[in-house]
Design a binder for this molecule. Structure first.
Ligand code: ATP
Length: 221
């Protein structure tokens, strides 16, 4: 049996997650208070159920305790989001991912055991900003306030050089975790591996060091 996901709250965020997981062939149960939202999503999930997830009895009757991962994507109603998360954690659901409205909401969610709290608008804003400044950046994951993972396209000047020649770790303090292209991925590049034209580098490091490296890739400095 593969992973089973339940998505609570079918706003734009919740319904996108539900559809994406369903398209990846996972079992997805979608839950919303609003029957119109259920109708809108009925063809893009495995089961769509109308329920108030702040009602413990209702949640239990849906068999939600069998789900590996539950995403709480209730937006505006912070109280409903917190109550739902609390009930899910008390039921023993291991992974509960919750969308937060603000920092205080996030703090409460972590205190009651949320596995991961996300701020979709903020995260997308940060991503777009990075992409505007450095078009070579394809993706960006914040690990903490200080450390991130970025995917960046190598520059022309880097092509056909080995990692030891570029000496990225010593010069910039960042690590190349993977090199990838349309046709291959190298998840443990060694010092003698060559960067080919158009290779995407997956880097991890301190934000300050990553920025220096981004400048180097952009300007050849
Ligand atoms: P988005 O930005 O993702 O579109 P949003 O932040 O505007 O979403 P809302 O529309 O406020 O979020 O909430 C998302 C969904 O959560 C709504 O469809 C709403 O009906 C549902 N919801 C709210 N409270 C509950 C609840 N107690 N039980 C189940 N679903 C709920």
């Amino acid at each position: 049996m593969g992973k089973q996901f339940a998505i609570i709250g079918l706003g734009r965020f919740g319904s996108s997650i539900a559809k994406a997981l369903y398209d990846l062939n996972y079992d997805v149960m979608a839950i919303d208070l609003d029957s119109e939202r259920i109708q809108e999503n009925i063809n893009t999930v495995t089961h769509a159920v109308q329920a108030d997830t702040t009602d413990e009895v209702a949640l239990k009757s849906l068999g939600i305790s069998n789900f590996n991962v539950v995403v709480v994507a209730i937006g505006q109603n912070i109280q409903a989001s917190i109550l739902t998360t609390l009930i899910l954690k008390e039921m023993g659901i291991k992974t509960v991912v919750v969308k937060a409205q603000n920092k205080l909401h996030a703090k409460v969610l972590y205190k009651i055991g949320a596995t991961k709290v996300i701020f979709p608008e903020r995260d997308m804003g940060v991503r777009v900003a990075h992409n505007l400044v450095t078009p070579n950046i394809l993706d960006f994951i914040e690990l903490s306030d200080e450390y991130s993972i970025v995917e960046i396209i190598s520059s022309e000047g880097m092509a056909n050089k080995t990692l030891i020649e570029l000496n990225v770790r010593a010069r910039f303090g960042v690590n190349i975790m993977a090199l990838k292209n349309k046709s291959y991925i190298n998840v443990a590049p060694s010092a003698n591996d060559i960067i080919r034209k158009g290779d995407i580098m997956v880097l991890i490091g301190h934000n300050k060091d990553l920025r220096k490296f981004e400048d180097f890739v952009m300007n050849g400095k």
